[in-house]
Ligand binder design. Sequence first.
Ligand code: KG4
Ligand code: ZN
Length: 378
Amino acid sequence: MSVRILGIESSCDETAAAVVADGREILSSVVASQIDVHRKYGGVVPELASREHLRQIVPVVREALEQAKMELADVDAIGVTHGPGLTGALLVGITYGKTLAAALEKPLVPVNHLEGHVHAVFLEAHKSGRELQLPAVCLIVSGGHTVLYEVTADAQPRLAEPQIPEIFQYRRIGQTRDDAAGEAYDKVAKLLGLGYPGGPILDRLAAATNGVSAPVKFGAIKTRGNPYDFSFSGLKTAVLYHVREHPEYSAEIRSREEALVRGERKYEQLLPLCSGQTLALVREFQGAVVRDLVERTLGAAEEISAESVLVSGGVAANSQLRATFEDRARGKGLEVFFPSRALSTDNAAMIAAAAYSRFKAGIFADSSLNPDPSLKLA
Ligand code: KG4
Ligand code: ZN
């Protein structure tokens, strides 16, 4: 009989539930996004996030069970994100998870959200029948995080199940000193009048440039000290200064902001309101972010002689990031693994998958489990 874990995720602005069998087979995955609630504020408002989680958690879990054709009683354990994230938001998932675990008399498995992102890559590798060799370098890059880990296998692998993720060991190699990469995308989109979240639209607009040369060049991002640390706030400020110094952007930014107020925020609606110069600026911004993420990650991979490179988190959905990683890693004989776009952004399948190895190891939480907003992976 397989072990079926119900995963619950509520650390930020997605209420998610999923059922995963044996840590690798996704039986269902439901994500209720709160983007519409936070959009007009241009970012996640913690109080609103908690309130939305409260509204969504029961129907989302019910839907995940229905899609998996299961009853609550069929669940073997409940895996819940206990950090890092917004305290009030985490509290909703944790409280619901605890209550279910107590009522069903099933184990409650605490999951680190960042470890969930690592497991999203393993879920995808399993789906596509690819084998992922360790040690690996894992880049987690989202709206809240930009961090590089070394991932190694447990000292005593369970050879009977070679494809089952172990409880991995993590070592932090580098992290952002200021903004996360996704946050930089969101801020640049906001200042250009391109709505929220910024990543998906900037990704598409960057690909729409038609040969207009960049109105400004952004050089390599410099950081002192650890070469694997990131910094994106200077790049965001450079975009801001460039736009301020060039009044020709003002009219089109205003026209896009008016379109957003009318609810016209789709790519097809905003593209005609973007000049060639704006598209080239977006491409230049994205190019600088992607170059930086790829170069530092591959540099770290070389340094630790990694066998594979894992990239996860919302920004891992970026098409140029994917293409550049594939291209540059191939030249170095490294294999790169991404989750599908749906598994890149926050979801609960990755939480249920990460809970499996802990379940096997008997790592359970009791009713004293609390949110840990700054929980570290390493
Ligand atoms: O992992 P995620 O869903 O939530 C957390 O922040 O934890 O990531 C959301 C972030 C946002 O900043 C969004 O702008 C960015 O991921 N994002 C992208 C793309 N899709 C989402 N950034 C660049 N390119 C994309 N295609
Ligand atoms: Zn996340």
